[in-house]
Each structure stands twice: as C-alpha cells, then as structure tokens.
Design a protein around this ligand. Structure first.
Ligand SMILES: *Cc1c(COP(=O)(O)O)cnc(C)c1O
Length: 323
C-alpha cells in the first residue's frame, strides 16, 4: 500500500518523545449525554505549536542527515505545518523557509515568523505556495518537507494513534479531521494494526474537500480552494499523491462532509460546553456528532486537531457567525 509499517510509527514515537507533548484525553459529559455512549476528546489543540502537525514535522527533521540539516528545510503550508516545522527546525538548529498563500490568516503568519523561520507569501492557493517551495528547494538544495504526503510525516502523525489506543484501549470509533490525509493515514495505520474493528471516520468540510472528490473519482483530482471556517483543511492532495490517497482509501470506513453552519456549531460547542478554544478544522468531529452523523457505538474518540484560530474570527463565531 505505502510500505509504511506500524514499526515506523513506534520508531517515530521514540525519535520525537522529547520534542512533543503527550496530549490530554478528556471525557466529554455533554457529548456523551448527546450520544448515549462515552465520548472523549483527544486534545491535540494543546500540543506545542497548537496542533498535531508538530508530530510529523519533528519526526521528519530529526531524520535528516548532517548535510541536509546544513542546507535547511522548506515547506508550503496552510499554517500549522509551517508553524510546526519552524519550531521543530529551531529546536534542532536547522534553518526553515515556509511558503504560504495569501489565504493563510495573519495570526498564523506572525507565529511562524516569531519562531525564527523565513516566510514567503505567494499566490492565492496552496498550489501556488507549493510551487514556490519546490523552486526554493531546487535553488538552495534545501529539503522539501510536504505537509502530509511523506512517510516521515505520516509516521509522526501516527504517534497520535498510539496515544489513543493507550488512553482508551476499548475505543470503538475514532473521528479524524481529513484534508491531505497525513493525519488520517498515520492514525489509521496505528489503530487498525491494534484492532481492525475500530471504525474510522474521515471528516472534511463541503467547501473544497479534495480527498473526498479524489476518492469519488478513483484518483487524485484538482478541487477549487474556497474560503472556509476550516481553513486548515484547505488545499489539494496533489495530483502526484504517493501515499495518503491509497492509505485513506484502504483504511477509511466512512467519510463525512460538513457545511459551514455545522463547523460554527462545533466551534461554539467546544467553547461553551468543553471550555476549549479550537479552530474550525478541529471542531469537525464534534460537529459530526452534533449533526447525528455517527452511530452511537462507543467509546468514541474525537481528534481535536488544533487551536490556531484567529481570535477575532473566534469571537465572531462565538457570537453566532460562521466565518
Ligand atoms: C493539517 C491539519 C488538518 C488536516 O491534516 P491532513 O494530514 O492534511 O489531513 C486538520 N486539522 C488541523 C488543525 C490541521 O492543522
């Protein structure tokens, strides 16, 4: 399928142990009441740099050779991967250049600069930013580290799956935010190896769901990128996708698409009922439960992927807006 094995995930876990935080698994009384079965939130929003992306980025940077470290790393990112890579690189004394599209919220751009990375802002889409990152990799001999379609990134995100199975050994269903599928592929690899009966849901927004469109088409396809509250789920999966498309196709039991109103409800629920500040992309699991999309078979674990929302936007959403 991809050549990736469970052992790669265990090795990743050792490699990144000192660079990441094991995140809390919180029981949710309100969602458990709503579902009639136990629901837990895996709060990767409390990860260092504010998202799970640090797992994959740390695992990738930690594996570079001395020569690669000397030449630096470069990436295109909707924000959280760039931020994570900037942090991991600074921890390991490697230079990082991060390419972003103009759609990326300014709070995320600022956070990346503050971590000491060089930032370049180009174009209107993730694809534009990606082309610029490739150009810089060519020109400077820097190592291009993509946000999801890379074995070290997938194995790193998979360490989250190992934590889930340890924290809730009898977990029946896991809800995973899905964009390029690095998170889903890694977590699914770890969980299905532990117990193939665990039901895995991939959840995206309706506005620009590239993995969903690609799975429907039977091959990676281009999807127009649209503004959405779940900005961290934006971007394509790459027409030359090598790993995450086939892994997601093989390991995903069910896919769900949410509208913007549903995303807003999830962000509000996270804040008012769970006391958690989360970004739109991280609320999708909560939204899917509130929408009645998931059968009541528990325990259910909801992966809450990040908290890097623009705080003014967060205020607007709490007040009832959905953007
Ligand atoms: C990157 C990201 C996702 C999607 O991860 P993929 O590996 O691209 O599927 C979901 N939520 C947050 C907060 C992210 O930063």
């Amino acid at each position: 399928m991809s050549g990736l094995q469970l052992n790669d995930v265990y090795q990743a876990r050792q490699r990144i142990a000192s660079l990441i935080r094991q995140t809390p698994m919180e029981y949710s009384p309100s969602l458990s009441r709503h579902m009639g079965v136990a629901v837990y939130l895996k709060l990767e929003s409390q990860q260092i740099t504010g998202s799970f992306k640090l797992r994959g980025a740390s695992n990738a940077v930690a594996q570079l050779t001395a020569e690669q470290r000397a030449r630096g790393v470069v990436a295109a990112s909707t924000g959280n991967h760039g931020r994570a890579l900037a942090y991991a690189a600074s921890q390991l004394q490697v230079k990082a250049t991060i390419c972003l599209s103009q759609l990326v919220p300014s709070n995320k751009v600022q956070a990346i600069r503050e971590l000491g990375a060089e930032v370049c802002i180009v174009g209107r889409s993730q694809d534009d930013a990606q082309r610029e990152a490739e150009r810089i990799a060519q020109e400077q001999g820097a190592t291009l580290l993509p946000p999801f379609d890379h074995p070290a990134i997938i194995a790193g995100q998979g360490t989250l799956g190992l934590e889930i199975i340890e924290q809730i050994p009898d977990v029946a269903q896991v809800l995973v935010p899905l964009s390029g599928g690095g998170l889903f592929s890694g977590v699914a690899l770890a969980l299905k190896a532990a117990n193939p009966n665990i039901r895995l849901h991939g959840i995206s927004m309706q506005r620009g769901a590239a993995m969903h469109a690609s799975l429907e088409a039977g091959q990676p396809v281009h999807v127009q990128e649209l503004p959405t509250l779940a900005d961290s789920l934006g971007g394509g999966i790459g027409l030359d996708n090598r790993f995450t498309f086939s892994m997601t196709r093989a390991l995903c039991d069910q896919l769900h698409l949410l509208d913007e109103a549903s995303l807003g409800n999830g962000v509000r629920h996270a804040y008012f009922e769970e006391r958690q500040v989360v970004e739109g992309a991280a609320a999708v699991g909560i939204s899917a439960l509130l929408d009645g999309l998931i059968e009541p078979r528990g325990p259910i674990v909801v992966v809450v992927g990040g908290r890097n929302v623009d705080l003014e936007q967060h205020q607007r959403v709490l007040a009832g807006a959905n953007q």
